[in-house]
Design a protein around this ligand. Structure first.
Ligand code: MRU
Length: 446
């Protein structure tokens, strides 16, 4: 299987693509790669409605129980990663507005709304935004994108001479902007982060000029989590492109296995040297191997720098700061990579961040490709799936039935454990002797 994900030169926008040589405006839909199926199967699914976007972000699935009753259950999302969630929500809304512009009714909007006063369409748009907002709670990028749309929509509707047509057009353009701008932003984050860490390590005498560095990351923060290139994985991609990446270690990232399933695919497609590390082996890795940097993404960063990110980011950051007595490492630098849209300046600290709890059963099960373990033990290669090929994937219970798991999707790493927060406009650092950031000042100064 060659999974071609977006790098700087490829036409696919991260987790998204538009087929048939069309623009989003012409297609009135976007396709997303089904991240539940990766890495075993490459499956693209079309999203052209608000409900479709909501569903892919939250992923509510229906099971037909044996008595014929429908049971709805929450599964891991098909699209995930803070910036990608925001982009898809915006595109789902835009797709429906494009549909009514071509004279069709869409599930959310009757075509006749276009000939009604703009206030009627505005009301419906705001209601749809409120619905999308409830899909997942922790990543702030979703709220930021929806607020941006709401503000633009209200301003357009209040303009002298505004029509429902002009309102729809405005909302479509702002929504598409959420998606397109994200990729460009990510490239700047990657380059800013790579420069910052290399300069810092050289300045501190921890590496020689031009020396390569080893990096550890967690979860998936690359093309699949954004509109392209990625945040923390973008820093790694930039180091690799500059010939300065010695090795990329990535945490398996249970229970959803974003590292094992998704980051593994992305690093392979970048051609970067990489090794997976079980979440339980992070301490041992830092005790035994040279690691210069731990770089993580973020779902929400409070104004003091406290950062919510994938569960285990906190314990890895703690490890990074407390080198093992046998370790070849001085404390490992911790860098958070995120766009400005991930900063939540309304929150003073990470205490205020709502952490999504995932269902117990998700932590008690493993989902994967069915293979013959004897073949693996003999070192035989498993044939990669070809595009479109159906692979036998199963969910298996690994706990005794009835076991209950506490399963938070994210944790909060305190600002005191983070040396830098790299964004598209530069790197925020704490003042000398400070334990916290002043991100409001950082943003205002730019
Ligand atoms: O539950 P997920 O997979 O949506 O969690 C994703 C993360 O925690 C990422 O690190 C974060 O969204 C940053 S992605 C650029």
């Amino acid at each position: 299987m060659t999974v071609s994900l977006s790098t700087r030169d490829e036409p696919v926008l991260g987790a998204f693509r538009i087929t048939g040589g069309k623009t989003f405006y012409e297609a009135q839909a976007v396709e997303i790669i089904d991240q539940l199926a990766l890495p075993h199967t490459i499956k693209w699914e079309q999203v052209d409605t608000v409900h479709g976007a909501f569903d892919a972000i939250k992923t509510m699935k229906s099971l037909r129980a044996s008595q014929g009753t429908e049971v709805t259950y929450a599964s891991h999302p098909q699209i995930r990663g803070a910036p990608a969630i925001a982009s898809l929500a915006a595109l789902g809304l835009a797709a429906e507005l494009l549909a009514i512009q071509t004279g069709r009714d869409s599930p959310s909007f009757s075509h006749s709304l276009l000939s009604s006063p703009p206030q009627d369409l505005l009301e419906r748009i705001l209601e749809r935004c409120a619905y999308l907002f409830t899909s997942r709670p922790t990543a702030v990028n979703l709220r930021e994108a929806l607020q941006r749309i709401e503000v633009a929509a209200k301003a357009e509707a209040a303009k002298e001479g505004a029509t429902a047509e002009s309102l729809a057009k405005k909302v479509i353009d702002v929504a598409v902007g959420v998606w397109v701008e994200d990729k460009e932003r990510c490239e700047r984050i990657g380059d800013n982060g790579a420069k910052w860490i290399l300069d810092k390590l050289e300045r501190e005498g921890k590496i020689e000029k031009g020396e390569k560095i080893a990096v550890l990351t967690v979860c998936n923060t690359g093309s699949l989590a954004t509109s392209g290139y990625g945040t923390a994985l973008g820093v790694i991609a930039s180091l690799h492109t500059q010939g300065r990446l010695l090795h990329a270690y990535f945490a398996q990232t249970g229970p959803y296995q974003q590292g094992a399933r998704l980051t593994a695919v992305e690093l392979a497609s970048l051609g970067a040297p990489h090794t997976m590390v079980c979440d339980t082996a992070i301490g041992a890795l830092m005790a035994e191997k040279r690691v210069h940097l731990f770089v993580a993404g973020a779902d929400r960063i409070a104004s003091n720098g406290d950062t919510a990110n994938k569960i285990s980011t906190y314990q890895i950051s703690l490890n990074a700061h407390h080198p093992h007595p046998f370790s070849p490492n001085p404390p490992v630098t911790v860098l958070v990579a995120a766009p400005l849209t991930t900063l939540d300046l309304t929150m003073k600290s990470g205490r205020e961040i709502e952490i999504e709890q995932r269902p117990s059963w998700e932590a008690c099960t493993v989902r994967g490709r069915v293979v013959d373990p004897a073949k693996l033990a003999k070192g035989e290669e498993v044939e990669p799936a070809r595009e479109g090929e159906e692979i036998h994937v199963e969910t298996v219970l690994v706990t005794p039935p009835g076991t209950k798991a506490w399963n938070p999707a994210f944790d909060v790493t305190p600002a005191s454990l983070i040396e830098g927060i790299v964004t598209e406009v530069g790197v925020a650092e704490k003042g000398a002797g400070q334990d916290e950031y002043d991100l409001r000042a950082f943003v205002e100064e730019r």
